[in-house]
Each structure stands twice: as structure tokens, then as C-alpha cells.
Design a protein around this ligand. Structure first.
Ligand code: HPA
Length: 265
């Protein structure tokens, strides 16, 4: 059976409206969904996604009255060197009927006004990896415009939800750095000079794939630390996992409120 058939058999055939990819330490939101959790291991083509702090299940069901598919984990480029690792899973999301995707990540901040525990809505990104998930795609569809990759309508909806809740949601530029080593202070100074506001090891390939598939996409960083060289705090994956829940609670409230007012989907 294909992944789509398995999902329909276990979760019902009703179309999904929105996909949501959860970043490091943000898995809690998946458990709010009324529906079923399907292990990635049961779904052909789904990623390996074995980084600690992630939840490798696809949760399909209803959240705030919206039919959603929540990806509790992603495969990062740094795991196996495949920037297109999320392509089959996102193709399944599209085939299930979704028109929109929200991507979340844990990130370091380069802006003194955006601190650990804060959120940032991506209004653009910089691909510092030099990699692209569409390399090898043979059709002309590979020439994806990225001018308004981060969808203005979804962004407006998320901003409005944050404003209703009184949660600050500044906008900025996310820089994708391949990882898995963290950045050096010199790299962070370079990224800052070149216009990055947060830095992390994910999201950009998924945004490119979403646009390729014709999904509207928006992304939010949960800041877990100031980027390398910007504070005395030691940067580590343990720290990322420990800090992510701080922003995750705010993220959950914003996403729930956004879904309630889901005219932006
Ligand atoms: N750099 C890259 N990825 C990250 C960071 C960081 O400082 N924090 C959480 N994920």
C-alpha cells in the first residue's frame, strides 16, 4: 500500500487542509490533534528523522476545526546529506488535499531584540548551504520563483493571530546553515552582515519543496539561543531541546488561533 492509502485507511479519506512541520523540541503540539498518529516507519517514502527531541509520527485529524496533518519530525540535510529528504512526505501532503504548509524550527537569533523564548515569523530566507532539494528534478517545474516564497496571506493570518493574543511576532530573515556543527562566531558575523536574523539547520529545503508543489507556505522560528559569539551561553543540542518549549507554548497558541480564523488557508 502507498503512504496515501495507509493514511486514508487509518485516518479517513476527508481531505487535509493544512500541513505543519514541527521543529526540535516542538513535538507537543502534535498531541493536541484529535485523530490518529501514524509512525513514519509505517509510511513508505517518509523520512528517517532520528534526531533526538523529534517525534517521528504523522498526526492526522482535527485541530480547532481544521483538518490537519502534523509532521512531528523532519529529516534534516545533515542526517544523510539529502536536501530532498522531505519531498516524498510533502508530495503525500499535497495528494491528501492540503493547500498550505506551516514550517517551524528551533533557531539561534542574531538580533538582540529577539531573545531565547521569542518567536520570529520568516518573511524571507537566505540559503547559505549552496544546496537545493530540486537538483536533479528533470522538468521545467524546477525553476521555482522564490520572490514571495513566504506567503503574504498566511503571514498576515499568523501576525493577526499573534496580535489578538498579545504575543510579539517580529518578522525577519532566516539563514540556512547546513549543520550539524553549529556556526562559528565569524560565520555569525558574516550572516548578520548579509542580512540574516535567525540561523538554523532546516526549513529552507522544505519551503523550496512546498513552492515546487504549489503549496502556500509560512515558517516560524522559535529562538532557543543567541547565535554563536553573541552571548556567554554555551550552545548545544541539549540546550536547544531544553529551551524550545519556552517558545513552543506561544507557538501553539498562535497556531490554534490562526486555525480558528482559518480564512487564510
Ligand atoms: N544555529 C543553528 N541551528 C540552531 C541554533 C543555532 O544557533 N539554535 C537552534 N538551532
Amino acid at each position: 500500500m502507498s503512504a496515501i492509502d495507509i493514511i486514508r485507511a487509518r485516518a479517513g479519506a476527508e481531505p487535509v487542509q493544512l500541513g505543519l512541520i514541527l521543529g526540535s523540541g516542538l513535538g507537543h503540539l502534535a498531541h493536541a490533534v484529535q485523530g490518529v498518529a501514524i509512525p513514519y516507519a509505517d509510511l513508505p517514502g517518509f523520512p528517517h528523522a532520528a534526531v533526538s527531541g523529534h517525534n517521528p509520527n504523522l498526526h492526522v485529524g482535527t485541530l480547532e476545526g481544521v483538518r490537519v496533518a502534523i509532521f512531528g519530525a523532519r529529516e534534516h540535510y545533515y542526517e544523510k546529506g539529502n536536501p530532498a529528504a522531505m519531498r516524498p512526505a510533502l508530495e503525500v501532503l499535497k495528494a491528501l488535499g492540503a493547500g498550505s504548509l506551516i514550517v517551524t524550527n528551533a533557531a539561534g537569533s542574531l538580533r538582540p531584540d529577539i531573545k531565547p523564548g521569542d518567536l520570529m515569523l520568516l518573511n524571507d530566507h537566505i540559503n547559505f548551504s549552496g544546496l537545493n532539494p530540486l537538483i536533479g528534478e528533470p522538468t521545467d517545474a524546477r525553476f521555482v520563483p522564490m520572490t514571495e516564497a513566504h506567503d503574504p496571506g498566511l503571514r498576515a493570518g499568523l501576525k493577526a493571530a499573534a496580535a489578538r493574543l498579545g504575543i510579539p511576532l517580529p518578522e525577519g530573515v532566516y539563514a540556512w546553515y547546513s549543520g550539524p556543527s553549529f556556526e562559528t562566531p565569524a560565520e555569525i558575523r558574516a550572516i548578520k552582515t548579509l542580512g540574516g536574523d535567525t540561523v538554523g539547520m532546516s526549513t529552507v529545503p522544505e519551503v523550496i519543496l512546498a513552492r515546487f508543489l504549489g503549496l502556500k507556505v509560512a515558517a516560524i522560528s522559535t529562538v532557543t539561543n543567541m547565535a554563536a559569539g553573541m552571548s556567554d551561553e554555551k550552545i548545544s543540542h541539549e540546550h536547544t531541546k531544553a529551551m524550545a518549549p519556552l517558545g513552543a507554548a506561544k507557538l501553539e497558541r498562535i497556531i490554534r488561533d490562526f486555525l480558528k480564523e482559518s480564512k487564510f488557508l
